[in-house]
Write a protein that binds this ligand. Structure first.
Ligand code: GDP
Ligand code: IMO
Ligand code: MG
Length: 439
């Protein structure tokens, strides 16, 4: 059994898409278990660069089956567009794309509600969501009034189901702001059923399929979205997304028992970024000539989904250690190492203090997390272009010393390093458990 999970270990955008695209060559199936079009996973090979939102990053390997699981939320119009974009790029999806009949549908009013809830939160309370309707759709799911993809196919009962959502608390929230709550349930039902109908060839009970495939000996790669610090339970609540982004989320989000998982890879950037609001202890707010802007410029740190500039800072070893505790990574993939190629000195946060006292882990209360003072260690930079390096032993000595220190601080082996966005700009560390898995 060789099923493996690839999970974001920071605040998202760690480079999960690139890692999954690279590794999935060795797998038969790639499955997404949570999130939706809030995700933006970039896959680059040669002149081709794709940003994926719903579709797993295994899609570019023609022999790999791809699954969008029950724990995800789907914007049907955007999903159809995404599939069309892939088809026009020559990607054949026939017989290899499977979408769960239990995934929840993001209805148009969920996007409106996302904006209304953000506006109502006021300065200081805004989460800085992607405005893709993620939160309200998971709200409806938890309130047991949400719409599953399988039900969206049933046009005769769909208008009633939508009218039911509109007459409840979410509908009231819409009506308080404008007359959007008067939305025409019949018209929405018609559109939704038409879009679900176009997806019908792909809709399946994916939990049963995955379990069958696993019994048949196929290898499954589970692709996380967002990152551990955005998990609704374990992240920097309330500045999080609305799903369980930690590895454990895949059990519920796909109907996969923990006993079917044989390992977990954590994806970390060689520094830290975050998009949206909320605590970020190592953020560098040091102006246009500062290191924060230098990281943003060198890493092209602008959101894949929303284009927003990402907040940038040094590697947060405490948050990373915390993420490792929650996911128990077998190995870490450190991406974007090349972004650090041009720094004289590089800092690593190795501890936190709160009101002068050292603390362990990430505080449960956002107000406390905002007051964290990071404790830094300074390491020498390497000032050598690493983008053309393909072997671990060719990395500059100071880069290896930096990676070794990250490994000590987090307590995890480093199995892979990224030195550029392309699929080929990846180095697997010889002797690592990841190297052994890929043999
Ligand atoms: P994801 O959401 O975790 O899949 O990450 P994103 O795709 O949103 O953001 C990661 C960005 O970094 C993308 O633009 C990638 O093309 C890019 N990237 C990934 N790995 C590397 C790397 O090792 N070096 C550089 N320079 N860019 C990388
Ligand atoms: P990938 O999969 C980075 C952030 C948003 C916001 C918070 C809640 O590409 O790593 P939501 O729209 O989910 O309700 O927003 O979560 N966020 C992400 N940040 N990468 C992502 O996905 C994200 N998906 C959501 O910026 O702070
Ligand atoms: Mg992303």
């Amino acid at each position: 059994m060789r099923n493996l999970a690839v999970v974001g270990a920071q605040w998202g955008d760690e480079g999960k898409g690139k890692v999954v695209d690279l590794l999935c060559e060795r797998f038969d199936v790639v499955a997404r278990f949570q999130g939706g079009p809030n995700a933006g996973h970039t896959v680059k090979f040669g002149e081709t660069c794709h940003a994926l939102h719903h579709v797993p990053s295994g899609v570019f390997r023609p022999d790999v089956r791809i699954v969008i699981g029950n724990g995800t939320v789907l914007d049907l119009a955007r999903l159809l567009e995404e599939l069309e974009g892939l088809r026009s790029a020559g990607i054949d999806l026939t017989g290899r794309l499977f979408i769960s009949d239990r995934a929840h549908v993001i209805l148009p009013m969920m996007k409106e509600l996302d904006a209304i809830q953000e506006d109502a939160a006021g300065t200081g309370g805004k989460i800085g969501t992607t405005l893709r309707g993620i939160g309200p759709t998971y709200q409806a799911k938890a309130a047991r009034i949400g719409l599953r993809l399988g039900e969206a196919l049933k046009e005769d009962t769909l208008a009633d189901r939508i009218a039911n959502i509109l007459s409840g608390p979410l509908g009231n929230q819409l009506r308080q702001v404008d007359n959007a709550g008067q939305a025409d349930a019949v018209a929405i039902a018609k559109d939704t059923a038409a879009m679900a109908g176009r997806l019908k060839p792909y809709i399946a009970d994916t939990a049963l399929l995955l379990n069958q495939w696993s019994d048949d000996g196929l290898g499954i790669l589970f692709e996380g979205a967002q990152g551990t610090l955005l998990d609704v339970d374990h992240g920097s609540y309330p500045f999080v997304t609305s799903s369980n982004t930690v590895t454990g989320g895949l059990c519920g989000g796909l109907g996969i028992a923990p006993t079917l998982l044989s390992g977990v890879l954590g994806v970390f950037k060689a520094y830290t970024t975050r998009v949206g609001s909320g605590p970020m202890p190592t953020e560098l707010e040091d102006g246009p000539d500062g290191f924060g802007q230098k990281l943003r410029d060198r890493g092209h740190e602008y959101g894949t989904t929303t284009g927003r500039p990402r907040r940038c800072g040094w590697f947060d070893g405490v948050a990373a250690w915390y993420a490792h505790r929650l996911n128990r990574f077998e190995s870490a993939c450190i991406t974007l190492l090349d972004v650090l190629d041009d720094f004289d000195h590089i800092l690593i946060c190795t501890g936190y203090t709160l009101d002068g006292d050292p603390i362990t882990g990430f505080p449960s209360c956002a107000a406390d997390a905002e007051r964290i003072e990071p404790v830094y260690e300074t390491l020498p930079g390497w000032k050598i272009d690493t983008t053309g390096i393909r072997k671990w032993e060719d990395l500059p000595a100071n880069a290896i010393a930096y990676l070794d220190r990250l490994s000590d601080v987090v307590g995890v082996e480093i199995g892979m390093v990224g030195v550029g966005p392309d699929r080929t700009q990846s180095i697997i560390r010889p002797g690592s458990s990841l190297a052994a898995r890929l043999k």
